[in-house]
Design a protein around this ligand. Structure first.
Ligand code: ADP
Length: 281
């Protein structure tokens, strides 16, 4: 059975969806003209670390599109380039060759200040290690990126996000007073709060037990289906990938395969086939 557990449905979900703005999957054309139908695009993306004997080709000409309003999982064995791909696409790491775009924006064309602004305004992050500030309450952590940017949070949207991730009673708690699952919910709410073009999640359930992990994955999927969010998640877990709309597989820095409407069993089967192929080649 694919993990189809429903996330709690907030009362204003349809209003939130219809006001999803230019990131909505139903509005690929912005006020300044046609925009890319993809939320993020890699074209011939290469990333090389080190030189000489320590030279490592982490990404070897990867071309992939992450569709707007889609939940995509990136899978592959350890060292296959998953995190590097995510970091290059999120503007956290430079590329050696090729192109990484968020919407129509070519990341390599941006200077440091523009890149910082793009990450702040257009990208949301969820990390395995939650990365919350211990001295701030859950509520303060959620709005911190917007506070730093000097942006006023949209209260209605914030209420929707908070009720979606089920945090309403815990907004005044500090991270140490919350369980791991609750802390990751705060991190998901923080990522959703500014309605970024795209959310990158790096092993978001890696530090959680399976129950809390299932809740986080259901929230991420809910944010895609009902709130129009775009999510790209790195995972090595077939069950987690089963929540996505699509899985892309990496091996040795190359994109090797993809699977639409994945089930955990289908993902496992595909991974076993890669292993068998790797053993015979
Ligand atoms: P994955 O996320 O699939 O485990 P990574 O993207 O972390 O893989 O790593 C891909 C390859 O790049 C690995 O061989 C790794 O050792 C190498 N690598 C990653 N980051 C660095 C770095 N900062 N310096 C040197 N090599 C790196």
């Amino acid at each position: 059975m694919p993990p189809q557990a429903a996330a709690p449905v907030p009362a204003r979900s349809s209003a939130a969806h219809s006001s999803a703005g230019p990131t909505s999957p139903t509005s690929p054309t912005g006020p300044t003209g046609p925009t890319s139908p993809a939320a993020a695009t890699a074209t011939g993306l290469c990333k090389v670390y080190g030189r000489g004997e320590t030279r490592t080709v982490a990404l070897d000409s990867v071309s992939v599109e992450f569709g707007r309003g889609q939940f995509t999982a990136i899978m592959g064995p350890s060292g296959s380039g998953k995190s590097t791909l995510m970091h290059c696409m999120a503007g956290l790491d430079s590329v050696s060759a090729g192109s990484a775009r968020i919407g129509d924006t070519e990341l390599s064309a941006l200077n440091d200040r523009q890149l910082t602004r793009l990450r702040r305004d257009s990208v949301g992050f969820v990390f395995q290690a939650f990365n919350l500030l211990p001295t701030l309450t859950a509520s303060e952590n959620i709005t911190l990126p917007m506070d730093i940017a000097g942006r006023k949070p949209d209260r209605r949207w914030l209420d929707t996000v908070v009720s979606t991730v089920g945090l309403a009673g815990r907004l005044d708690h500090r991270p140490a007073q919350l369980s791991g699952g609750q802390q990751q919910r705060v991190a998901v709410a923080r990522a959703l709060a500014s309605r970024p073009e795209i959310i990158f999640a790096d092993e978001p359930t890696g530090n959680l037990d399976s129950g809390a992990g299932a809740e986080i994955l259901a929230f991420l999927r809910y944010s895609v289906r009902e709130l129009g969010q775009t999510v790209v998640m790195v995972t090595h877990d077939p069950t987690a990938a089963g929540y996505a709309d699509r899985v892309v597989f990496l091996a040795d820095g190359r994109l090797t395969d993809e699977l639409d409407a994945p089930t955990p069993e289908g993902v496992l089967d595909r991974m076993r086939r890669f292993d068998a192929k790797a053993r015979t080649s």
